[in-house]
Ligand binder design. Structure first.
Ligand SMILES: *Cc1c(COP(=O)(O)O)cnc(C)c1O
Length: 473
């Protein structure tokens, strides 16, 4: 399978090439040349497979440059019960007789769904770098979940270092402890004197220095990484099969969304032939996607319009994977996509009203809804009272919006994107008690912290990275 850019650059190579590279040279995102599909008998065959076997079947058509036995082993090493808490890896739990169920994606090492893809990236990076005799130094910025998922995936990996920037003192105490308690020679936590946007600008600043970037093998594992999107498509299949529906029957999925990576993976599964009916994008107060699906106009929100909410991993005004979706709505036309993204870059709206592209959106199965802080508290409280189940505020966004779109006789699968322990303060506000935490996280706030404080200054950051790496050589 060859990969192309959403904006026209025709040859991005094969899977392992796009796995390690970020944006395409023209600024676009990697997409496979075509999307392979399963027919009904093939789907039936997938129904009974274990998680790693299923992952192999779903991902294989997109990966032609890792030998079969190696890819199978990579996936078996990744999706282990010891890492994800059960042999199912992503168990499906019905919420009573409501027709709603939770697809549990957050039982991995960092307690959020990002582990599902990031753990695969950890193993895949190690494998590919070894083959190519290369190294990579991952530079990223996090406001919470991405950083811990990346660090838990890359800890102890050969040929990989992680430099993770976070805004000093601005993550939850639990999130800080999750990252800063890691004591690994290849993980570097950097607390920046600034806010999350400053951290992101610093990453951009370092990447803009092409010479430094090349000299120190600077790379990324952000949400536009195709390997992450592809690995996420697998659990839609797993969740669908767990419903035990008759052949061909539809299920709906509701997905708490920010950068549109998770829900886009659902669309990929649908394109591959999985009988998904509605694919519902749940937003919080930062509802730029809800705006688009309601109006046909995509107009990104400037940073100062994005509110800080109680589902912080969805506080995003510019959904980076959305370009992949509009590319498909344009019939995979890179010239059209490039034209739209020139408007986006200029801060202007993209207006699809009255076009064939908007008709395509209409038949895509996408729906959208949003919630407020009060909605989330009420949903956490209701799900706890009715079903005896504590959920986190992001999952609450999804359960609330999913219930709104529920169709009689069609199951609604809500994706659980984090465990409540990760957002204990909001859960306590809702139900008056702190959620339980998995045993390995008891008392982590009291462990020694491994974190360096740096000023908001790209030169200081480059100096820090260079010093650490020069010492490793
Ligand atoms: C990252 C994240 C999201 C948003 O996922 P996207 O793929 O960016 O849409 C939702 N919930 C939680 C808990 C997250 O960590």
């Amino acid at each position: 399978m060859q990969y192309v850019s959403t904006r026209g650059f025709a040859d991005l190579g094969t899977f392992t090439d796009v796995l390690l590279s970020g944006l395409a040279p023209d600024g676009g995102l990697a997409m496979p040349l075509r999307i392979p599909t399963f027919n009904q008998p093939e789907l039936e065959r997938l129904r009974l497979l274990s998680y790693p076997e299923l992952a192999y079947e779903v991902m294989r058509p997109f990966i032609c440059d890792i030998p079969e036995a190696d890819l199978r082993r990579l996936l078996e090493d990744t999706y282990r019960p010891e890492v994800f808490g059960s042999a199912d890896i992503t168990p499906l739990t019905p919420l009573g007789q409501s027709g709603l169920s939770l697809l549990e994606l957050s039982n991995g090492p960092s307690l959020a769904f990002k582990d599902m893809a990031m753990q695969f990236l950890g193993h895949a990076f190690e494998y590919v770098l070894e083959k190519r005799d290369q190294r990579v130094n991952i530079l990223g910025a996090t406001s919470g979940d991405t950083g811990s998922a990346a660090e838990y995936a890359m800890r102890g990996k050969q040929r990989v270092n992680v430099f993770m920037l976070s805004p000093r003192g601005r993550m939850s105490r639990f999130q800080q402890a999750q990252m800063y308690s890691l004591d690994e020679p290849n993980i570097f936590n950097i607390a920046v004197e600034g806010v999350f946007d400053d951290c992101q600008d610093l990453v951009k600043g370092v990447n803009a220095d092409a010479e430094f970037k090349a000299r120190y093998d600077i790379g990324a594992v952000n949400s536009i990484n195709w390997g992450r999107v592809l690995a996420q498509a697998v659990y839609y299949f797993k969740g669908y099969f767990a419903l035990g529906l008759p052949q061909g029957a539809e299920a709906d999925f509701c997905v708490p969304s920010g950068n549109f990576g998770n829900v886009f993976a659902g669309y990929l599964a649908k394109m591959m032939g999985l009988p998904i009916g509605q694919l519902i994008v749940a937003s919080n107060e930062n509802s730029v996607l809800h705006e688009f699906f309601g109006s046909g106009i995509y107009h990104v929100w400037p940073a100062d319009r994005v509110a800080v909410t109680s589902s912080p991993s969805m506080d995003i005004g510019k959904a980076s994977n959305f370009e992949r979706f509009l590319y498909l709505m344009a019939g995979s036309d890179p010239a059209q996509t490039a034209e739209w993204w020139a408007e986006v870059a200029a801060g202007r709206p993209v207006d699809l009203r009255g076009t064939a592209h908007w008709d395509a959106v209409g038949t895509s199965g996408f729906r959208a809804g949003r919630s407020t802080h009060a909605d989330r508290l009420a949903t956490i409280r209701r799900v706890d009272a009715e079903f005896g189940r504590l959920i986190d505020p992001h999952t609450a966004d999804g359960v609330l919006v999913g219930a709104r779109f529920r169709r009689e006789g069609v199951p609604m699968v809500c994706l659980e994107t984090a465990l409540p322990a990760k957002f204990g303060e909001t859960v306590q506000e809702a139900v008056g008690r702190m959620p339980q935490r998995p045993a390995q996280f008891e008392g982590i706030e009291d462990l020694p912290r491994h974190c360096e404080v740096l000023p908001n200054d790209a030169e200081a950051l480059k100096h820090f990275i260079a010093e650490k790496l020069d010492r490793q050589d």
